[in-house]
Design a protein around this ligand. Structure first.
Ligand SMILES: *Cc1c(COP(=O)(O)O)cnc(C)c1O
Length: 378
C-alpha cells in the first residue's frame, strides 16, 4: 500500500546531526550549551528584532512563563482567543486563573477586535480588569494586529502573542512573535520547524529574558548552595534539541516557501470546485507561512460535508483534521465566559485542514488531488 500522507510531519534539513555531534563531542548534553545560545541567536536574527529569545522545553512552557511574568495569579482573568489549540489556554488554568474566550472574525479566523473590546469593557464593569490578552496566529495567518495592539494599549493590558504556528509569518512587514510584551514559539514535531519538542519565549528586554531563564532553571538564587526565594520550573531547552533547531533554522525559509506552494496547490485544485473556499490572506498586509492549508465547505453548494471529505481521504490513508474546536465549546472550559457570536463555531463545523507538509512529493499531491476531485465529482 502507498505511504500515509500526514497533515504535517517533521522534515529534517541535513545539518541537524552535525550540531548534535558537536554537542556529544564537547559533552554539552544538558539543558544549556552552545547550541542553545546559537539557536536563540538564529531566532533573533530571523525575527529581525532587538528582542531577546529564550529557548524552552515547549511552547506551552513559554506561555506559562509569559503569564507568570504578566503577574497572573489565582483568581485572575485572562483573555484568550477561543479558536485555538488547547495549549493556548491551559497555562491560564495552571495558574488558577479563568480564561475569558473571544470569538474569531471571518477574515483571519483569529481574535475579533470588536468582541475583544466588548469583553474588556464588560469584565471591567463586572469588577475585574483582565491581566493579559492571548492572541493567536492560527495556521500561520497573522491576526488583526493593528486593531488588537491598539485595544491592548488603550486598556493597558499586556498582549501575549501565541505565534506557535506562525514562525515565518509577518504582518505589515513585521515578523509574528514581535508584537506583544511576550511572543511564544513552538518547535513541536508537527510545526513548521521542529526540535522534536521545544519552544521559545520572545522577550522585549534582556531583563525579561534573564527572568525567563531564571524561572525556567528552577529559580536558583545566587549562592554556592541551592537557595530559592521563589517557585521555579524545569523548562529550559536541552542542548541536543537546540542542535536540531540550529539545523532546522538553516532551512526555515525553504520550509515557508514549500508550505506556501502547498497553499497554491490547493488554490488551483479548488478553483473548479464550487462551494469550497481555501483559507487565504485578506490583503497584502498579511503574509502567512501557511503552516496548514485549510478550507471551508458549504454543503448546500458542494453537496458534501467536511466529514464526507475527511472520511474519503482517510480511506486512502490521507490525514486531514477538522479546524480546531473552539475552547468555549470544550467540556473542560464549559464554565468560562465567552464573548462573540458563532464565527468560530461555524468554522469548526465546516472547516478542514489538509496535508500541508513541506516534504510532500509530486506523487503525494497527485494522490491528494485525485481523491478530492473524486469526492466532489457531480
Ligand atoms: C503547538 C501549539 C502550542 C503549544 O506548543 P508546544 O510546543 O506543543 O507546547 C501552543 N499554541 C498553539 C496555537 C499551538 O499550535
Amino acid at each position: 500500500m502507498a505511504n500515509k500522507i500526514w497533515l504535517s510531519s517533521p522534515h529534517m534539513g541535513g545539518n541537524e546531526l552535525k550540531y548534535i555531534h558537536e554537542a556529544f563531542d564537547e559533552n554539552w548534553v544538558a539543558p544549556l550549551g552552545p547550541n542553545v545560545n546559537g539557536f536563540e541567536g538564529d531566532l533573533e536574527n530571523f525575527l529581525h528584532t532587538n528582542f531577546k529569545v529564550a529557548a524552552l522545553s515547549a511552547g506551552t512552557a513559554a506561555l506559562h512563563l509569559a503569564l507568570i511574568q504578566c503577574g497572573v495569579q489565582n483568581g485572575d482573568e485572562v483573555i484568550c482567543q477561543s479558536m485555538t489549540f488547547s495549549a493556548s489556554a491551559n497555562p491560564i488554568a495552571y495558574l488558577g486563573a479563568t480564561p475569558v474566550f473571544i470569538d474569531s472574525e471571518k477574515d483571519t479566523w483569529n481574535m475579533c477586535p470588536i468582541a475583544l473590546e466588548e469583553a474588556i469593557q464588560d469584565r471591567i464593569a463586572k469588577g475585574k480588569t483582565p491581566k493579559a490578552i492571548i492572541v493567536v496566529h492560527l495556521y500561520g495567518m497573522p491576526a488583526k494586529m493593528q486593531e488588537i495592539t491598539a485595544i491592548a494599549q488603550k486598556y493597558n493590558i499586556p498582549l501575549i502573542e501565541d505565534a506557535a504556528e506562525a514562525l515565518g509569518s509577518n504582518y505589515k512587514g513585521k515578523a509574528c512573535g514581535n508584537f506583544g510584551k511576550f511572543g511564544i514559539l513552538s518547535f513541536n514535531g508537527n510545526k513548521i520547524i521542529t526540535t522534536s519538542g521545544g519552544g521559545a519565549l520572545v522577550c522585549q528586554s534582556q531583563e525579561d529574558k534573564d527572568q525567563t531563564v531564571f524561572l525556567s532553571t528552577q529559580a536558583r538564587d545566587n549562592a554556592p548552595h541551592y537557595q530559592h526565594s521563589q517557585i521555579g520550573y524545569n523548562y529550559r531547552m536541552s542542548n541536543i534539541s537546540a542542535g536540531i533547531g540550529r539545523g532546522q533554522m538553516e532551512v526555515l525559509e525553504d520550509r515557508v516557501d514549500a508550505r506556501r506552494k502547498m497553499h497554491n496547490f490547493y488554490l488551483n485544485l479548488f478553483q473548479e470546485i464550487d462551494g469550497v473556499e481555501v483559507f487565504h490572506e485578506p490583503n497584502d498586509d498579511y503574509y502567512s507561512n501557511h503552516w496548514l492549508s485549510a478550507i471551508t465547505i458549504d454543503p448546500k453548494v458542494s453537496g458534501k460535508t467536511r466529514e464526507d471529505l475527511r472520511l474519503a481521504l482517510l480511506e486512502d490513508d490521507i490525514e486531514s483534521r477538522p479546524l480546531w474546536k473552539p475552547m468555549h465549546l470544550q467540556p473542560v472550559f464549559a464554565q468560562a465566559p465567552y464573548y462573540g457570536k458563532k464565527v468560530a463555531e461555524e468554522l469548526f463545523e465546516n472547516g478542514l485542514c489538509l496535508p500541508s507538509g513541506s516534504n510532500l512529493s509530486d506523487a503525494d499531491r497527485a494522490r491528494i488531488a485525485q481523491k478530492i476531485q473524486e469526492v466532489f465529482k457531480k
